[in-house]
Design a protein around this ligand. Sequence first.
Ligand code: ZN
Length: 184
Amino acid sequence: MAIKKVLRYGEESLRQPSKEVHKVSKKIVDLVRDLFDTMYAQNGVGLAAPQIGVNLRVFVVDASTKDNPLDPMVFINPKIIKKSGAIKSTEGCLSFPEAYTDVVRYKDIMVKATNEHGKSFVMEVKGGNLLARCIQHENDHLDGILFIDHCLNRFEADEVLKKYHLPPIEPDKLLDEEELKSQL
Ligand code: ZN
């Protein structure tokens, strides 16, 4: 298919909530291919449709390990139906080239979604591993939430954004996660 341009932080569609997919049509299958092509071209572990300017509830993930070298996963209309525990995670995002900062995430999650064949599935990921954190990060993109909204230290995060010539933290977008952070 095609390698698309990844939108950078500051572009409006990254903050827009995405719409549900009603049918896994050819258009959606093509979108999934574009997401994988673009993600692999940029060496990413996940990519959400709004990052390529398509505000639909679709993301792809490949949290490969040595035991599982290529592990592509597709999530259409995902819903995190269970979440617990807390873990500190150092994250980046293809929409924030080179910028990394510490955020808080749930450790264990259960996600329900539809795959590229239109089949629904439930997946449980425990222990706060890369896959668990990545699913939460990509799922947020579908609601216009960005990883910096979860930052543990907004001043540190702002410094990093400045260093890489990205717009500053948007204070009104910061999430109130005191209870989650207290579990760290
Ligand atoms: Zn991202």
